[in-house]
Design a protein around this ligand. Structure first.
Ligand SMILES: [Cu+2]
Length: 89
């Protein structure tokens, strides 16, 4: 059985943490919680995972993260300025 795991990233002018790690095969959820207006982080996107979404203030938004392939996957703000990383190992 694969394990269900959730990683939470607080969005407060940056991503905290900006690196999250999942194990291959886990049922992984990545949740962003934007808690301040600071910065340009009202959109999160990932070309690697193929998502782009608005992050309403204080309303966590979750994504299912595929973990079938080990590697490093990037997510960024809407303008590719602030970056974070998902590691599947
Ligand atoms: Cu930005």
């Amino acid at each position: 059985m694969s394990k269900q795991v959730e990683a939470k990233v607080t969005v407060d002018g940056k991503y905290e943490p900006n690196v999250v790690t999942f194990k291959q095969g886990d049922q992984a959820t990545l949740t962003f919680d934007r808690v301040s207006e600071s910065g340009c982080l009202d959109t999160v996107q990932s070309h690697d995972f193929g998502f782009q979404k608005k992050l309403p203030l204080n309303e966590p938004v979750s994504f299912n993260i595929p973990t079938d392939k080990p590697g490093e996957y990037e997510f960024t703000c809407g303008m590719n300025m602030v970056k974070g990383k998902v590691i599947v190992e």
